[in-house]
Design a protein around this ligand. Structure first.
Ligand SMILES: [Zn+2]
Ligand SMILES: [Zn+2]
Length: 222
């Protein structure tokens, strides 16, 4: 059997897979282990009797941001620049896309554009890596058609819902030249907090007559 090290704790294991201990730890932080989901938009809810506060867009987030294990993986990857983790993270996305039936023959992947500052600090674009891994390993069509218009200096959390949306909306735009994807788009992002960026990206795409399924993100801060 091919042999490697757990990309997180470095104990021996299978290539690009969390070892059993890390894998169990990650599983406890999945929303599905301690919450239910809104059946139409997938927003995590405390009980099925709660009325969903979201429901304008499908956003499937896998892990709870307030737990620390998966968040720490994302910090190592994105902020501390451990680029090798792009491979592991792209497989986390792949597992979720597969569970949701978002297969390469039916959907095309895109992403929320990274902030210019983050890209500059890292020297590489973490979510572009994810798209490229998903294309090379699993044959997904990818369409990197949104770009950053300008970085926003505004703290999103201080704004109300529609202000947040407007600020996010002004941060992104479509590339001037792009080829129209033949399949509906799924927007990927690492972390969602208010969801404003995802809603903004969706509305920009839809205004340009592109079909959007919704979004898949790794972590959500509720
Ligand atoms: Zn491990
Ligand atoms: Zn909902």
């Amino acid at each position: 059997m091919f042999f490697d090290y757990c990309p997180v704790c470095r104990l021996p294991g299978l290539p690009n897979k969390l070892c059993p201990t890390c894998s169990r730890q990650a599983a406890t932080e999945r929303f599905d282990t301690f919450m239910v989901r809104c059946p139409s938009c997938f927003h995590p809810l405390v009980s099925e009797f709660y009325v969903c506060p979201e429901c304008s867009m499908k956003i499937y987030s896998v892990y709870d941001y307030s737990a620390s294990f998966v968040r720490r993986i994302v910090v190592r990857w994105k902020l501390e620049g451990e680029r090798k983790l792009s491979n592991l993270v792209s497989d986390m996305f792949y597992d979720t896309l597969t569970e949701l039936g978002l297969t390469p023959d039916k959907y095309c992947l895109t992403k929320v554009p990274s902030s210019r500052k983050g890209k500059r600090n890292r020297g590489w674009d973490h979510m572009s890596d994810v798209l490229l891994f998903l294309k090379c390993k699993y044959n997904y069509n990818i369409s990197d058609i949104l770009i950053t218009n300008k970085d926003s200096p505004v703290q999103q959390k201080k704004l109300n819902r529609s202000q947040r949306f407007e600020v996010a909306r002004s941060r992104f735009k479509l590339k001037n030249k792009y080829s129209k994807p033949a399949l509906p788009l799924v927007i990927l992002d690492d972390i969602t907090t208010t969801g404003a960026s995802l809603h903004a990206c969706k509305s920009i795409l839809e205004e340009n007559n592109l079909e959007v399924w919704g979004a898949v993100t790794l972590l959500q801060e509720l």
